[in-house]
Design a protein around this ligand. Structure first.
Ligand SMILES: [Zn+2]
Length: 335
């Protein structure tokens, strides 16, 4: 008996999601140690993408031997990096922190990213913290200008990089508002544009300050499960892999990030804001991570593009991912 090969077409369904459920972490929780499984958004649909899910009716009806071609829903990654600009990370170093530059890695892979920069760095002649960082002869300001020229986006990680809840306790909410604004002004001086997104250091911010920043037009990034999963940062935990690397996720940082992505996919989320830091150890894993995510059908976009595609417009439901109406062609083998 020979093999009979034929193609079947199925149409994947549009997928929309409900917002967050009862499993709340609260808006002020730290990112470290967050279990991405704690999110309560429930998915209830066919999984599009490069692999068939076990629950796909077609897969249970026949032996799927090989997927010849798929037309996945739009799967998006907004790659973000905090704490820079750090010239020695962006452009590489031949001495202390040997390795290729993050900006070159992104260019080589055709990826545009979003950098949550610290305002104090964007002052003339500053190249970083002399104690921990390496002077490669490029100032942070020059580095920021380079990022813009290469098509990346700069957003606000405050001016001081102080933990804002403690700072508010000490100095009052106005101080916090001013620190965010001062960071925004420093960015605007480089880009000519007012940044729209703020990621507070360690995601820590009081509810009052969050509300007031939002009133002023800022969008505050969060890991709180009170927000729908696509609008919630994925904490890569990459800072645990720097220095002595105590607590670096196992078996490796890229594997752990891919696992988080897979766990979100199981809940029906195919759009992810990945939160990293400007660290040499993080730059080193990017080629593999980007390659793997592209192989899984992901497209890389800046945060502004991401929000345009994912964030609901007034009167709309949240788009878990774009509607899929195109067929998925699957080659099957039967005996
Ligand atoms: Zn930070």
């Amino acid at each position: 008996m020979g093999y009979v090969r034929f193609l079947l077409s199925i149409a994947a369904v549009s997928v929309f999601s409900a917002c967050a459920g009862p499993n709340r972490l609260g808006s002020n929780n730290l990112g470290a140690g967050i279990d991405p499984n704690s999110a309560s958004t429930v998915a209830s649909h066919t999984v599009p993408g490069s692999m068939m899910s076990k629950s796909t009716p077609l897969a249970t009806a026949r032996t799927v031997a090989k997927i010849t071609s798929v037309f996945p829903a739009e799967k998006l990654i907004a790659l973000t990096f905090d704490d820079g600009p750090r010239p020695y990370v962006l452009f590489g170093s031949k001495t202390v922190h040997r390795g290729p530059g993050l900006a070159d890695i992104l260019d080589q892979n055709g990826v545009k990213a979003t950098f949550f920069v610290v305002g104090w760095r964007l002052t003339p002649k500053t190249w970083g913290e002399p104690k921990h960082e390496e002077d490669i002869g490029v100032s942070c300001l020059d580095a920021a200008e380079q990022l813009i020229r290469r098509g990346h986006e700069l957003e606000d990680h405050t001016y001081s990089h102080l933990e804002l809840r403690s700072a508010e306790k000490k100095n009052g909410e106005q101080w916090v508002m001013h620190d965010v604004d001062r960071g925004a002004q420093a960015i605007k001086a480089v880009t000519g544009m007012q940044p729209r997104y703020v990621r507070p250091p360690d995601w820590i911010l009081t509810d009052d300050a969050r509300r007031d920043l939002q009133k002023q037009g800022y969008r505050v990034l969060t890991i709180s499960s009170e927000n729908p999963m696509p609008l919630r940062d994925v904490n890569s935990l990459d800072y645990l892999c720097a220095g002595k690397a105590v607590g670096c996720p196992k078996p490796s940082l890229p594997d752990a990030v891919l696992q988080q992505v897979e766990q979100r996919e199981k809940k029906g989320t195919y759009t992810h804001i990945l939160a990293f830091h400007e660290l040499s150890t993080t730059a080193a894993i990017m080629p593999r991570l980007i390659t793997e995510l592209k192989a899984r059908g992901y497209r890389f976009v800046t945060l502004t593009e991401y929000m345009k595609l994912v964030e609901p417009k007034p009167g709309e439901m949240l788009k878990q991912h774009a509607a899929v109406t195109r067929p998925i062609q699957v080659a099957t083998l039967t005996q």
